[in-house]
Design a protein around this ligand. Structure first.
Ligand code: 3HC
Length: 306
């Protein structure tokens, strides 16, 4: 085995960090670019569902919280694009891959936000799932990715708490408010379980990503961890979960069958909001071209003057 490969293997085996200037196998680099770019794409597309409710928030307090959260997601995207650029890729190329459908974003953001309670369900369930998925990435073998995750996870905790509190307020409000909260949880529960990816047996990258310690746990392990954490929270909210099969067995909450056909349809671009999300993203990118041109002109002028 060549010496750089041996050094890389020794670092991974010793749970050390791989840094941008270290030698790394091309497959490791490509897997990181794929996962980090898609993670970043998910963050910026993820702004759309909740932003839909900023102008219609029921109070100034709720509006301020929601604005702060949506701004955080934009920041998470920037941290992750910056971390991905340490692998020698250009942000504009990653965005082009998103805009042309060559790279993905999380399935969860292809569902509509039909009522104000959806903002709570997203915070509690989607950001709750994101925390379960992202905390282990703080120990990912690639230094820039792991470090980006530390701050992102801290901010996700605020996102999850504000969602839980919003739902708790509705669930303990009028019967109409309780019904609104229950309807939102019914619509977001199963898509939140799908966020963790396909079953381990169908995970294309899982085994290798775990061997490289990019991922620390499998899709099913993290999904189960999320279910075990969330079921007790639902009863604290006074809301039920839309799974009649849910039962506590041998220390875990056993859940029902996930509709993997629905998951496949969403990944194929046939989810409720896929087209709308990408159209909005492309339009926002085009509308922002003048800002990028101005920044490039400013940089060029100052480089010339230097
Ligand atoms: N949505 C869209 N595509 C998905 C998916 C999902 N929920 N789950 C899996 N896929 C895709 C994979 O990208 C892969 O396709 P590709 O080869 O074209 O990339 C294919 O399905 C097979 O899945 P694998 O299990 O083999 O893929 P991974 O090993 O990459 O596991 C993952 C998928 C668990 C999402 C992993 O990539 C991961 O942990 N990513 C980092 C976290 C992340 O991206 N989270 C997305 C949400 S961000 C978020 O929630 C923000 C918060 O603020 C709300």
């Amino acid at each position: 085995m060549n010496r750089p490969q041996q050094q890389f293997d020794d670092l991974i085996a010793a749970d050390e960090r791989i840094e941008p200037r270290d030698w790394m196998p091309e497959g490791y680099r490509r897997t990181l670019i794929r996962q980090m770019a898609q993670h970043a794409h998910s963050e910026i597309i993820g702004m759309q569902p909740e932003a839909n409710w900023i102008t219609r928030a029921p109070s100034l307090r709720r509006k301020a919280i929601l604005i702060a959260k949506v701004q955080d997601e934009a920041g998470h995207g920037l941290y992750l694009y910056a971390a991905a650029e340490t692998l020698g890729v250009r942000r504009e190329d990653l965005l082009d891959a998103l805009h042309t459908g060559r790279q993905r974003y999380s399935s969860i953001f292809n569902y509509p936000t039909l009522t104000w309670a959806d903002v709570g369900a997203i915070g509690w369930l989607v950001d709750g799932a994101a925390i379960v998925n992202q905390v282990p990435i703080c120990r990912s073998s690639y230094g820039p990715y792991a470090r980006a995750m530390v701050r992102i996870c801290k901010e996700e905790s605020f996102h999850q708490r504000q969602g839980f509190e919003l739902l708790h307020t509705l669930a303990h409000g009028t019967p109409e408010q309780h019904a609104m909260a229950q309807d939102a949880v019914d619509r977001w529960w199963w898509p939140s379980l799908m966020m963790f990816g396909p079953p381990d047996a169908e995970s294309t990258h899982g085994e290798q990503s775990m061997a490289w310690k990019i991922k620390r746990h499998s899709n099913d392990e993290l999904r189960q961890r999320f279910v075990d954490m969330t079921v007790p929270q639902a009863s604290a909210l006074g809301l039920s979960l839309p799974d009649p099969s849910l039962r506590f067995e041998a220390g875990h909450w056993v859940y029902g069958e996930i509709d993997w056909d629905e998951f496949a349809q969403v990944l194929a671009g046939n989810g409720p909001c896929n087209r709308q999300r990408l159209e909005h993203r492309r339009a926002a990118h085009d509308d922002g071209a003048w800002v990028r041109e101005a920044a490039d002109a400013y940089a060029a002028k100052h480089e010339a003057a230097a």
